[in-house]
Design a binder for this molecule. Structure first.
Ligand SMILES: [Zn+2]
Length: 128
């Protein structure tokens, strides 16, 4: 998305909005909100970082880069979701996760997924 919009990676907030009545079997990822939560999620960002013109240009760039909807793009999207489920991203920063072994604490010796940005990010997930 940074390539498409020309914005820096840290200027973008990746977010998936679910419509309908979704419930989660596990902890809800940080970058996923229900539609009814969207307004309060947006209000968390109090300081505008871009002018209206910059936002419009970024939205236009995304629209211009959008793939035509087709059976082929639907299939590619489903495949990418399957791959994403097999390789979950960090719930804190969205980076890749890697298998680590807890060195101390009550889980010492047990494997877990840790963020590849450790020690800058301390995001973890349980191994499925
Ligand atoms: Zn992380």
């Amino acid at each position: 998305m940074a390539t498409v919009t020309g914005l820096a990676e840290d200027e973008l907030e990746s977010l998936v909005v679910l419509t309908g009545t979704a419930t989660f079997k596990k902890e809800k990822p940080r970058n996923l909100v229900l539609r009814r939560e969207l307004a309060s999620y947006i209000r968390k960002f109090e300081v505008p970082r871009h002018s209206d013109a910059e936002v419009y240009a970024a939205v236009q760039a995304i629209e211009d880069a959008r793939h035509e909807r087709s059976a082929e793009t639907d299939r590619a999207h489903r495949l990418s979701l399957t791959k994403a489920a097999a390789n979950p991203l960090c719930p804190v920063c969205g980076s890749q996760m890697t298998v680590r072994v807890a060195k101390k604490g009550v889980n010492a010796g047990q494997q877990f997924l840790g963020c590849t940005n450790f020690p800058r990010c301390r995001g973890t997930r349980q191994l499925a």
